[in-house]
Design a protein around this ligand. Sequence first.
Ligand code: F6P
Length: 323
Amino acid sequence: MIQRIAVLTSGGDAPGMNGAIRSVVRCAVSKGWTTFGVRNGYQGLIDGLFEPMGTREVGGILQRGGTVLGSARCEEFKTFEGREQAIRSLNRRGVDALVVIGGNGSQAGSFALSEMGFPVVGIASTIDNDLYGSDVTLGVDTALNIALEAIDRLKVTASSHQRAFIVEVMGRNCGYIALMSGLAGGAEAITLPEIDTDIEVLADTLRLAYEHGKSHAIIVAAEGAKYNAAALTEYFKTNRDRHGFSVRSTILGHVQRGGEPTAADRVLGSKFGLGAIEAIDRGEFGVLVGIQNNQITTTPFSEVIGKSKPLDEDLLRLARILD
Ligand code: F6P
């Protein structure tokens, strides 16, 4: 019978993690369970940094970005010895199950831990939206809206100067944020890790836009694309005659991770928290809680880890028609 659980956040923080922590804790309280919050992700698990969390401890955090538990990328946990030490820490506290809120790398850690026999449930949370087993991940809606706000602002100043702006967005090897923010921001071109960009065609698009008297052009570049901001800047520097605009470049970087969670991410985090507690209550471990076709789902880690989520072909087609 479950009596004690622990929750941690791992990897890059994502807006909405606090909503998920709050939900895990309060849903656990509703079952009469005790929850420990683990500080600084897997590192805290190894170091034994546990603290009891009840209803009051998670008050006032729903609207805050980041994670109140702290997060880390932990090399030690990637070793068998590191994970053994983590399991010892969990057993010392009498923890029956662990909830891991994080993205791809973090859930690979969850998988490894559950393969060693510890009961783990993951919550799909990363701004990259690259986790198989969830249509959207916790944090991506906020990150996307931050990117969109930046694009809208850059468009204003671009129009005043008849400039082209390259806007590089995060997402690691996944083009989701770039595709969605490019589409929503009316970008003239989008470069993605998953799709080859014909740089000559992209330059022609800009040239045409310039010749038609457009006052601005926006190129959204995914950080993981071959033509990211640096590569595009380099190309335009050496091929000045290929486009008319004066070009500037902005890398949004971690700005996208720091925002207060949107309503969608607050609700999603809350739903994911409940999904994790219900999975534990059912005795269903070694699974990732996600959302598919608008339903909260669980998918075995074995089906999630190592798979990449394909880009939405319809969105891609639409972006090409509209640019
Ligand atoms: O995985 C989230 C993410 O923000 C990626 O989009 C980005 O490539 C990476 O983390 C940055 O990592 P760090 O925060 O360790 O610099």
